[in-house]
Design a protein around this ligand. Structure first.
Ligand SMILES: Nc1ncnc2c1ncn2[C@@H]1O[C@H](COP(=O)(O)OP(=O)(O)OP(=O)(O)O)[C@@H](O)[C@H]1O
Length: 221
């Protein structure tokens, strides 16, 4: 589902965020990306959804080469991905409902279907009673759950999540992991960046460890 070949990324001339990354992630896998702060986890996720472009190398998602796609083609593949950003990226002028609905509107889904799916996605994260609120009226953890609902509502082929449990209490973290496991069981390939060793211990899966922009370990725990 995800193929990364010899990928290098530098933001500045003399330092590299990612150096010669090679990675294959099969359809339906659940992979943690881990490593210390600055190791390159967010950068790798950004490359996987086309938010940044590599300086060298190729990235294929579902057989399609992201690195060869122009600005016009990229949104087509992105619509099939679910992305949970580290800073949520919710639209502050829109309600919770509208934020989640947006992902389906760009797919051209019918109104009735959108309402049904958005309500179900918000119920899934326990926020159906806040659908008319705006993001800034919610706590950090609630905003994160809206971001998760928005990512899952499209039944993504790939779910990319950057520290999705960062602002959550232990109980909500477990609930979120159940949501991710559910999406994975329904066929989404999951790649999740996390620092949380305890989480990995509780839900053991494949772990790719980055250090200084390189893959230093790739194992199943
Ligand atoms: N927009 C940017 N401009 C310049 N350098 C950047 C930029 N984004 C990241 N970097 C650098 O790239 C390297 C990798 O950063 P990245 O954010 O991918 O790490 P990370 O493993 O996700 O860290 P964290 O766990 O703290 O989120 C770091 O050295 C960082 O300073």
């Amino acid at each position: 589902m995800i193929q990364v070949y010899n990928v290098c990324k530098s933001y500045q001339k003399d330092s590299s965020a990612l150096d010669q990354i090679n990675l294959k992630i099969g359809k339906g896998e659940f992979v943690y990306l881990t490593g210390s702060s600055g190791a390159g986890k967010s950068t790798l996720l950004k490359l996987l959804y086309g938010g940044e472009r590599p300086n060298r190398g190729q990235i294929l998602i579902d057989g399609r080469n992201l690195t060869r796609m122009g600005a016009r083609q990229l949104p087509h593949i992105r619509r099939r991905l679910g992305i949970v950003f580290q800073d949520f990226k919710l639209i502050s002028t829109r309600t919770v409902f509208e934020n989640v609905a947006f992902a389906l509107e760009v797919q051209g889904r019918k109104r009735f279907e959108i309402s049904k799916k958005v309500y179900a996605a918000l119920k899934n994260v326990g926020l159906e009673h806040k659908l008319n609120r705006r993001p800034l009226e919610l706590s950090g953890g609630e905003q994160q759950r809206v971001a998760v609902a928005r990512a899952l509502v499209v039944d993504p082929i790939v779910l990319l999540a950057d520290e999705p449990t960062g602002n959550l209490d232990p109980e909500t973290t477990l609930e979120l992991m159940e949501l991710f496991k559910g999406a994975n069981a329904r066929g989404s390939t999951v790649v999740m960046a996390t620092h949380d060793r305890e989480l990995i211990r509780r839900f053991p899966r494949r772990v790719v460890t980055l250090d200084n922009g390189r893959v230093v370990d790739d194992s199943h725990v």
